[in-house]
Design a protein around this ligand. Structure first.
Ligand code: SF4
Length: 871
């Protein structure tokens, strides 16, 4: 093992002279990476402090230095990539790749015996194969499937699928001739939540020398990268994925055609259903063009794909192996199945997780699964139709598994309808209790999931269901036909398969939420959902492999909660933590806890009093006043869409909106995310037009945007400069205590910490298999200090996200008004700790408590006057 690179203070790739906090950040990150293997560091740096650039310049410098110190690694003598040889294979192929033959697993013929005999019995009658009315249904028949051994031996799937990614116009011999790219190790994996955050990363990367020096690849979803217009127009990510995978499966018919041509003479040729993957040489051309361009984001990749005429989604995947830096969304890196499907090898690599402020919750939610009663009904009817049609030609293995699936689906449906011994429509159960209560604990779910994965049953049954749909509803194109019912037939079946896979987790890893059909309610409201509670197991798969894991974010507090949920095995001293102040001078921000309104009424937006007309009126009065002193844009956050509507409606009726409109154009965050961009553009234009003509004392001087905590606007939207001169946070946005999933998480955290050394004095919750459905506040009371802390942290993380929308760079300035008397609590003698303690340090140190409206007014006037002079 070569010695680690010595500590560094200089980072020559940084495009300008760094601020001291940027230098400190880079040195800290560099030495954290040098302390690997299995290093773990959390770096907190407020938005607008050049965090991304600092990450790039330190992590990539470390990569180069590390390789210089270990030339044998750079030469490719590092560990081989897991699954690297099939990197360019589509998901379905990798998923369906059979395991090496095991003792006790009997290889089956790929072709059903009856088909080999040239006749088959369909619908009870013998038909001649290849002729007559059944031609179109041959494709829906399953290959024979049978597993031997009753002890969970993995069954054998039909033969390995030929290479499809770009395999269309090429023979197998051509594939073999193609040189496999050498794996670059170690790599840096950079992951963030959204595509726009990843694009921002690539933009920053382009500002440095590393853009040309290191091989970078950006991975995205099919939805962002698909260039097949027929598939793209399906709209939703699910449908695009399904259609793409279906197209890959359509290779079979091409195979027959090619066999007829037999141009190569000696090998079978296969062809992908998607024309964008048929020519392998175009994929090569794509890779070479991308390499020539340096760092590219998703949009750039899609553009090159369009220009070359080949699929950029699979093209980018093919480049992972040789890349030094892989930029990818959370799902692709943190979800085990996605990592396997993409062939990502984290061994000895550096994993950087940005926007990590809610990592544990993001991680657990990726492992959730849900199936609704209408999806179950659809699957049941499709299975029955399929079995009815093909049972005489299906082998015993297929028949048995399909019947088992039918039994399970019926059981699930029954439990959603019946409400016998349950007083509530929503129940929460452990996995074991759920299986016992439905009397399905004797079913081997492991083998059933294996069957679902290997047999191709989902596509066959769904394909046949679609065919029946077309037959019954007249001819239509496939894309249209797939949209019938609740999602497509594949979506429904996949939801069931995902849910079944969730049942394989350990009993304490998660909970099953059963939301039964309410009398008079919509049947779509009924569902079964697996909620993953345990984040540490899935996260340890990343930390165990990687050389170092870096979590970065604007604010990562509370560190102790993160430790308990993600790496409880580590001592607090094992975690490297860096936090820095903002680069903006203190006079550029004005955070105020606003305790009362202009008429002296105390602001209390707790659940019980926020709807009172006097509270809403006082808030209106307050806003009417501040719109006269705050220039340009004000973004005002409410705790929910419903509450925002309630306030807006009341203000409309009372004339408050019309008063506000005399100074600010009023906009509201739409519920539909499709319209968000349009509203944001209008808001921006309104501010710009007011500023450009110069505002007089009495004219409109900007705009007000009424937004919602947890909505689209509260995260990821940049309200720099005039777009957000003031952020108003109305109340404390605690999540609803009626949320069963949230309460399960709180109980899990309460239980967990009560057994750990950290919170030994917590009152432990019962670990009963079935939870009593009790009001959320009851659960909160019992959940002990750590459960309650988590609840309050959720609230304050949301507040921090909202107020962090303003102040995006060193020359920015903004006021932050926290409107609720609870923001003025300084004592932690109450049940909950003081909420403002959870504000980021750089805001907390500047926080002023406005004891009366006059004081708030004076502070605001002074703040904007001074900053107008400075900027
Ligand atoms: S262009 Fe790519 S992602 Fe789109 S359908 Fe074809 S293979 Fe799939």
């Amino acid at each position: 093992m070569p010695p680690p690179p010595p500590p560094r203070q200089d980072f020559p790739a940084f495009p300008f002279a760094p601020y001291p906090i940027q230098s400190e950040f880079m040195s800290f990150l560099y030495s954290a990476l040098s302390s690997g293997p299995r290093a773990l560091a959390l770096l907190e740096s407020p938005t607008g402090t050049g965090k991304t650039l600092s990450i790039i310049c330190s992590a990539l410098q470390w990569l180069l230095d590390h390789r210089d110190a270990a030339p044998e690694r750079a030469n490719g003598s590092g560990p081989a990539a897991a699954g690297g040889e099939d990197d360019d294979e589509p998901d379905w192929m990798r998923d369906f790749t059979p395991l090496p033959p095991k003792k006790g697993v009997r290889k089956k013929s790929e072709t059903h015996p009856r088909r080999r005999q040239g006749t088959r019995k369909v619908g009870g009658s013998e038909k001649s194969e290849g002729t007559g009315e059944n031609d179109g249904e041959e494709e829906f028949l399953l290959d024979e499937y049978e597993s031997d051994g009753e002890e969970g031996t993995r069954p054998h799937a039909a033969g390995k699928r030929p290479h499809c990614g770009g395999g269309g116009g090429s023979s197998s011999s051509e594939s073999e001739d193609e040189e496999e790219e050498e794996e670059a190790t170690p790599k840096v994996y950079f992951t963030s939540r959204t595509h726009s955050q990843l694009s921002q990363f690539v933009r920053e990367l382009k500002r440095t020398d590393f853009s040309g020096k290191l091989r970078t690849v950006c991975l995205g979803s099919r939805k962002s990268l698909c260039i097949n217009m027929d598939v793209q127009k399906l709209g939703s990510a699910n449908r695009i994925n399904e259609r793409c995978l279906e197209l890959q499966k359509n290779k079979k018919s091409s195979k027959i055609k090619v066999e007829g041509d037999n141009k190569k003479g000696h090998r079978t040729k296969t062809s992908c259903g998607c024309p964008m993957l048929r020519n392998r040489s175009l994929q090569k051309q794509f890779r070479s063009e991308v390499s020539d361009h340096g760092a590219l984001d998703i949009e750039d990749l899609a553009q090159i794909g369009r220009k070359v005429g080949t699929c950029p989604y699979y093209g980018a995947r093919d480049m992972v192996r040789s890349a030094d830096l892989v930029v990818l969304p959370y799902q692709s890196l943190l979800l085990k199945s996605a990592r396997e499907s993409l062939g990502l090898n984290l061994k000895n690599s550096v994993v950087i997780i940005d926007e990590a402020h809610n990592l544990a919750d993001s991680l657990t939610s990726m492992y959730n699964s849900k199936v609704t009663s209408s999806q179950l009904r659809a699957v049941l009817s499709h299975l029955e139709a399929y079995l009815n049609r093909f049972q005489n030609v299906l082998g015993a293995g297929n028949r048995r598994y399909i019947q088992t699936l039918t039994v399970l689906t019926r059981s699930f449906l029954r439990c959603l309808i019946s409400n016998e011994d349950c007083s509530s429509a929503v129940t929460s159960l452990t996995i074991n209790k759920f299986l016992f209560s439905l009397d399905i604990d004797n079913i081997n779910i492991v083998k059933l999931c294996q069957y679902l994965k290997e047999s191709n049953i989902i596509h066959k049954v769904s394909g046949y269901a679609n065919k029946l749909f077309f037959t019954e509803n007249g001819a239509g194109d496939l894309n249209h036909g797939q949209q019938h019912g609740e999602g497509s037939s594949i979506t429904s079946f996949q939801a069931l398969a995902d849910f079944l896979r969730s049942l394989l987790y350990c009993n304490d890893d998660g909970r099953i939420i059963v939301a039964r059909h309410k009398p008079g309610g919509h049947s779509e409201d009924a569902y079964i959902k697996f909620v993953m509670l345990c984040a540490e197991k899935t996260f340890s798969e990343v930390t165990d492999d990687a050389h170092a894991v870096i979590m970065a974010g604007g604010t990562l507090q509370p560190i102790e909660e993160t430790r308990l949920r993600l790496f409880p095995g580590l001592l607090p001293s094992d975690i490297k933590f860096f936090s820095c102040n903002h680069i903006v001078p203190p006079e550029s921000i004005l955070p105020i806890a606003v305790t009362c309104g202009p008429s002296g009424k105390k602001f209390d937006f707790s659940h019980s009093s926020r709807s009172s007309p006097t509270m809403i009126e006082e808030l209106g009065r307050f806003l009417c006043n501040i719109v006269t002193i705050v220039p340009e844009g004000i973004v005002m956050f409410f705790s929910s869409y419903d509450y925002e509507k309630q306030v807006y409606d009341a203000w409309m009726a009372s004339g408050t909106i019309s008063k506000i409109s005399k100074k600010k154009h009023v906009f509201r965050e739409p519920r539909s995310s499709v319209d968000v961009e349009m509203i944001l553009n209008k808001y921006k234009e309104a501010i710009q037009s007011c500023c450009s003509k110069g505002s007089g004392d009495t004219s409109v001087n900007g705009a007000l945007l009424m937004a919602v905590v947890g909505g689209k606007i509260s995260e990821g939207i940049n309200f720099s400069d005039g777009m957000g001169r003031c952020v108003v946070m109305v109340g404390l946005p605690y999540p609803s205590p009626d949320d069963m999933e949230l309460m399960e998480t709180i109980k899990h955290i309460g239980n967990y910490s009560s057994t750990s050394s950290v919170a030994g004095d917590d009152e432990s919750l019962s670990r009963d298999d079935e939870c009593k459905v009790e009001p959320g506040f009851g659960i909160l009371r019992k959940s002990g200090k750590s459960g309650q802390e988590y609840y309050e942290n959720l609230c304050m993380k949301a507040v921090n996200q909202c107020i962090g929308r303003a102040i995006r760079h060193v020359n920015d300035y903004a006021a932050m008004l926290l409107v609720d008397s609870r923001y003025s609590h300084t004592s932690s003698g109450r049940g909950f700790s003081c909420p403002v303690e959870k504000l980021p340090q750089w805001i907390k140190t500047r926080l002023t408590c406005g004891q009366n409206y006059g004081e708030v007014h004076r502070l605001l006037l002074q703040f904007f006057k001074i900053n107008k002079q400075i900027h």
